[in-house]
Design a protein around this ligand. Sequence first.
Ligand SMILES: *Cc1c(COP(=O)(O)O)cnc(C)c1O
Length: 360
Amino acid sequence: MTRVYNFCAGPAALPTAVLEKASGEMLNWQGKGLSVMEMSHRSTEYVSIATQAEQDLRDLLSIPDNYKVLFMQGGATAQFAMIPMNLLRGKNTADYIHTGQWSAKAIKEASRYCEVKLAASAEDKNFTYAPKQADLKLNPDAAYVHYTPNETIGGVEFDYIPETGDVPLVADFSSSILSEELDVSKFALIYAGAQKNIGPAGLCIVIVREDLLGDVLEGTPTAMNYQVAADNGSMYNTPATYSWYLAGLVFDWLKQQGGVSAMAVINQRKAKKLYDYIDASGFYANPVAVNNRSKMNVPFTLKDAALDKTFLAGAEQKGLLNLAGHRSVGGMRANIYNAVTEEAVDALIDFMKDFASRNG
Ligand SMILES: *Cc1c(COP(=O)(O)O)cnc(C)c1O
């Protein structure tokens, strides 16, 4: 069976080796005679799977001991609410950096719980860049500063970590976690929905400094209280057991590839060759400021939007799938997460060249 080159934004491609391993273990996990999906989350077997996954993630990102790793549900979207609920801690305002559609959703949701102040907005240039440190208007009374290091839809990536002094820094790493090294100690909280660079949908990873826990907003649902999740090993209620297991297989796979530093080299190379070709083509274009171009999500337009449908149909014939841009922006977008191979990017560029020469 041939597998397609899948450039989907999310749920996104998973490493073939991981799917093969899961497939081999599907009916009979390690000789126990049942699948992971059928195990009690309290069983010794499942607890060993869960614990190993957490340890591998800790190793991959060198997560310091004073951070909790939580395996939550509800996607990154539920975090848009859980963050103010858990991190306002008696304050009533938070700073948000507005860089595109995902930060917009985070801002809208947080506004239900506190006064959101915009530390900066990239709306003036249609969200094609990340505001610079010098342009951030930070409020010393803010409960925290929230930003989106990689805007998945616009393909805009910060090329620095904001400096926020004593105010806790919170980051939505849904589309770029594990794509390169990360100094976790610079953050109060990192979160990431799993379905882009971690594993299947249904899981959201939260990495949070433990001194921030325990002072939640009145009325916070128990299932959304980080302290409760931390005290119960993310098993206050039944977690997304199979997604957690699959994420663990991905972490193990990443370790075998040489960890995030090795992935970063490949990701850098994949992104560079795609942007270099787009810039040189005279047929395709990417609007994002060069320093802020995402290494994971590469939006591009064709010289003539009337060719979009032909492009997508031709790509599909070559086994290049899910290249249509987000429904809100149109054009194309190649999402080239960890599991999207360099071979897939090469095949895409070959097709783009051929298409441009036939339609240019
Ligand atoms: C995909 C995405 C989300 C939303 O994730 P859900 O799991 O669907 O809630 C939030 N933020 C960013 C940056 C994303 O890429």
